[in-house]
Write a protein that binds this ligand. Sequence first.
Ligand code: PEP
Ligand code: MG
Length: 321
Amino acid sequence: VHIHVYANVALPDDIDYAHKFGADGIGLVRSEFLFFQNKKLPQFNEQVEYYNQIFTKSKSLHPIIRILDIGGDKIPTYMKIPKEFNPYMGWRGIRFLLKKKELFEEHLSAIMSAAVNIDYSLMIPMVSTFNEWKEAKGIIYQIAHKLKKPVPKIGILFEVPLALLDIKNFLPELDFASIGTNDLIQYLLAADRNNANVSYLHNPIDISFLNIIHNAILTAKRAGKPISICGEIAGNPLYTVLLLGLGLTRFSITPHNIPIIKEIISRVSFTDVQEKVIHLLRHSHHSDSTKKQVYNLNKELLDKFYHNFKTYFELIENSDV
Ligand code: PEP
Ligand code: MG
């Protein structure tokens, strides 16, 4: 089984690190960074320039561009957006773009204009319903048609629980799927990702959470569609073995961690790991015991290579998770 380790990037220079650390692709371009770097709304030409650089630097790394993900905690200061009582539950990602059609269309036009002879994909953030997906996809097709450009591959960043739980119904329409565990965890647990008082709940080894991820991966595999995880959990060496065991074959992570994640992957057998993790899922019922089991699992599976990663794994003993 080939395991892919992709890079998450935001600005064009990050792509140098993706190459340097041996990324197999660019699994997430956080395109909103251009909007945050600027003091005012980036003009069409500035956007084209940004994507030109992204595409030029990516070379053969096939970037997956996440379309503009603003709203929630991510609002550029120059944008006058009404204050929301509950921004995480509010006007974010695709919900925002579908109401700001001009901005959305200009954004897509900039991406497509910059994309000359390059293989790339578009990923849609914060999709909750099938209608949102259909509408967004329709607009992408329209713009491609208008500019006489090829339609790129299109996928969903699954971070809203309802959409992920319904992934089976989305899959036939998608080219690929990615799981945004950072937001997904906060929504599944109803715990704000930036609130220190509830951060103890953000436990990526919560057994119910792992079961949900496992089901999504299996469902995508059955449908023959690629699925990755691009949330922080995928780049944390503590969880590599666990995620492999859930059947994950595409990790999208911060470039600096690519070497260690690849090293862990190279040290274990995929079948062996899957067997052990499935056993853990069946026999672990609450997260306190899961923590110990994950620690033991890392130790057991990495066996004589364990000392290479010791400093990482000891963290699990002392951390909240
Ligand atoms: C996520 O939510 O997991 C994700 C990848 O997106 P971000 O952290 O940029 O919201
Ligand atoms: Mg997100």
